[in-house]
Design a protein around this ligand. Structure first.
Ligand code: 5GP
Length: 119
């Protein structure tokens, strides 16, 4: 399956759809999730055509991968989430519940989030 450049995050990256921006540099854009699942819910998206975790790690240049996770750490520290804790999530494919086929990491925090999978 190839990358579909009409996905929502590609459109946000192109500025076609608005977002509430939290962080941006040459490699990464981070913005608030439109349907937050916690008081703090931010999506971190690489500026490149990668569909999921595997595609990103197999095909992105090392600098992009390094800068992506540096940005995740910076965003967490800027928001002081590292004081009380947070959850990082990436969903992949049908079983993982991935809705948007552009690689992204969710950062969730601001309260005790509870069990990983609700029963
Ligand atoms: P996934 O299930 O693919 O890991 O998560 C996709 C996330 O993108 C969901 O949490 C959803 O609320 C969020 N989302 C979908 N459309 C938009 C949008 O147009 N703007 C923003 N900011 N978030 C979106």
């Amino acid at each position: 399956m190839s990358y579909n450049s009409s996905n929502i995050f590609a459109r946000i990256l192109r500025g076609e759809i608005a977002c509430v921006k939290i962080f941006e540099n040459d490699y990464v854009l981070a913005f608030k999730d439109i349907h937050p699942k916690a008081p703090y819910h931010v999506l971190v998206v690489p500026k490149g055509e990668y569909r999921n975790f595997h595609d990103f790690h197999a095909n992105a240049p090392a600098i992009m991968i390094g800068e992506f996770y540096q940005a995740v750490r910076q965003i967490i520290e800027q928001s002081k989430l590292n004081q009380d804790g947070y959850r990082l999530i990436t969903n992949f494919g049908e079983n993982g519940g991935q809705e948007v086929d552009h690689y992204h990491v969710h950062i969730l925090g601001g309260k005790a989030i509870g069990p990983l999978i609700a029963s």
